[in-house]
Every structure is written in C-alpha cells, then in structure tokens.
Design a protein around this ligand. Structure first.
Ligand SMILES: Nc1ncnc2c1ncn2[C@@H]1O[C@H](COP(=O)(O)OP(=O)(O)OP(=O)(O)O)[C@@H](O)[C@H]1O
Length: 302
C-alpha cells in the first residue's frame, strides 16, 4: 500500500510524529493497517547503533531488510529512524518502487538548538538520550531532504519547535490524505511507484537479461563461500575474480542467508537510476565489479 520515511535530526520528534501518523491512519475512513519499523523493534540502543560507521551501517541494513520484507500492497509501513543520508532514502524509495506502492517523506524540521535541549532534558529525566559526541556527529552529517528529488517527494514538513506535533498537525493530515486518497488517473495527484523490470533489461543491455545479472552476482557469491571455507571463517582479503576486476575484501565471516539478502538488494538497486554513483552495469563484468564494490562497502573493514 505505502511506505512512509520519517526523517529528521536526532531528538527532533520523529517517533512522536510517527505515532500520531500511525494513529491517524488507523482511524481514517479506510482503516489502514499500519506498522512502525524503528530501532526499538530490534532492541537496538541509540548510542551503540551510532557508535561508529560499521554499527551505523548494520543498523541501516537491518532496518532496510525489515522494510524490504514488510512492504506490501495491503499495509502502510512507517520507517521511524534518522534516515538522514540521502543515498539511504534513495534505497528505501527503490524498495517502494520495487513493490509498486505509494511513498512519501515526513520531515521533522526542528532547529538543532531545540533538539539538543530536548535531548538534555531526556537525560535529566533519566530517559535514554544520545551521548553528546554522538549527537553532534549526527547533527553535522544530516542531509536535509529536498522535494526536488524523487526519493524525497512528496515531502510533508513539521516544525516541532514552533508548532509542536499533534495528530491534527497540517503535515500529518496532509500525509494521511495523500496515503489514503483514491487514485485518480485524471489529476494524477497520487503517485503509485512502478517496478522497473522493463527498464532493468534495457539498461543491462549487453548481458541482456536479469538472468545474466543473476548469474554474474551468483558467481561472486560462490567465490566468497569458497574463499571463506578455505579461510576457515577468518577474514578474506584479496580474493580475485579475474583480470580487471576488483578483489573481494571482507572483514568477517558472512553466512549464506546474509549473502543472499545482499545479492537480492543489489539486484533490485542496480535496476534503478543511479543517484550519483556509477551508471548501471552494461555487461556481466561490470555487474561483478559493481557487486564486489557493493559487498566490500557493506561488509568491508570500514
Ligand atoms: N515540541 C516538541 N516536539 C518534539 N519533541 C519535543 C517537543 N518538546 C519536547 N520534546 C521532547 O523531545 C524528545 C523527542 O521525542 P521523540 O522521541 O519523538 O524524538 P525522536 O526524533 O524520535 O528521537 P530519536 O532521534 O531519539 O529517535 C521527547 O523527549 C519529547 O518529549
């Protein structure tokens, strides 16, 4: 049915907004089935999850997989997390597009000084708060949504420091209206994202089919499984797939289910228009190269 991405600075009111939106959707005329996916669904601690790049990447991976498993034509999924990196919002948008559902972003645009103060108040009340150093790092790296990007659109904005957050806030009501509105082909004011199988096979023209993309990535997965069995579970460094291809460097042992999941996500992502990185693969070697780069990034030491 739909995917809603909540985004905003740390302690900007995102969970409050997510709860109000979920309630308003459940109470709407069409009585939507809503599920919130957030860190606490996985018992993840704020400070541990953002302690370093590896932990942060893991958190994003866990949330993304859960969104991938959960999006459907029958429910509304709300991802309540910082979602502060535009490349990550793009990946979530791709999942919505792959599922052929509607999508929107709800942005808690609270001023930093207020977020900082609310975080301190949380600590004073004995509630879990961000450590100061982590808070400042997250604030600095926040990438504001921009409604001109497909993955930040439509964008509904809340200003919690000025207006507070209510179930009746304009942005919440506008989001409910967008998410529950009947599709009208004449006005086209609601966008149902369309999966891109056709686009994928055109882009992957030389290899000419998803089957080839599947096979190329399977070869990489097999090479990793083989190298890991030889390394007896230790890190694998410098595994080569052939001349001109990057080597595989993985800092930890990775099970087959995780490799399969990463492969599925990669296949979905490569069919979409690239954000700012390299263009989609044009042959089997490019597909392998991109998949190895992707794995090294997701599973590498940094
Ligand atoms: N006007 C306000 N808007 C939002 N939050 C406020 C406001 N005034 C005080 N707060 C406090 O700020 C805190 C932030 O709430 P909330 O958990 O919704 O934020 P969050 O962005 O989801 O936080 P996190 O980044 O930890 O997930 C709460 O303790 C809340 O009581």
């Amino acid at each position: 049915m739909a995917l809603v991405v909540i985004c905003g600075q740390p302690c900007s009111g995102k969970s409050t907004a997510a709860l109000f939106l979920a309630e308003a959707l459940k109470e709407s005329e069409s009585k939507q089935t809503v599920r919130i996916i957030d860190e606490s669904s996985f018992h993840l601690d704020r400070n541990q999850s953002y302690a370093n790049m590896t932990a942060e990447k893991n958190l994003r991976g866990v949330l993304r997989s859960e969104v991938d498993r959960s999006v459907s034509k029958d429910n509304i999924i709300i991802v309540d997390s910082l979602n502060s990196i535009k490349g990550y919002r793009y990946e979530l948008w791709c999942l919505a597009r792959g599922a052929g559902i509607r999508y929107c972003v709800l942005y808690c645009d609270a001023e930093e000084t207020h977020c900082r103060k609310w975080n301190e108040e949380r600590r004073e009340k004995g509630e879990a708060a961000y450590d100061a150093e982590i808070f400042e790092d997250l604030v600095r790296r926040f990438e504001r949504p921009d409604r001109r990007n497909r993955w930040d659109s439509p964008l509904f904005e809340l200003w919690p420091h000025k207006d507070g957050i209510e179930k009746s806030s304009a942005a919440v009501l506008d989001a409910v209206s967008y998410l529950t509105k009947k599709v009208d082909s004449k006005t086209q004011d609601v966008k149902i994202l369309q999966p891109t199988i056709a686009t994928q096979s055109v882009r992957f023209s030389e290899a000419n089919s998803l089957y080839e993309l599947d096979r190329a990535t399977q070869e990489v997965t097999n090479a990793i499984v083989e190298a890991q069995s030889q390394a007896l579970g230790g890190p694998i460094n410098g595994v080569s797939l052939g001349q001109g291809l990057p080597t595989i460097n993985i800092s930890r042992s990775v099970g087959l289910p995780e490799l399969r999941r990463l492969r599925r996500t990669f296949i979905k992502l490569t069919g979409q228009t690239s954000l700012s990185g390299p263009p989609p693969p044009s042959d089997a070697d490019s597909a392998k190269r991109m998949f190895v780069d992707y794995l090294n990034r997701e599973l590498g030491a940094t």
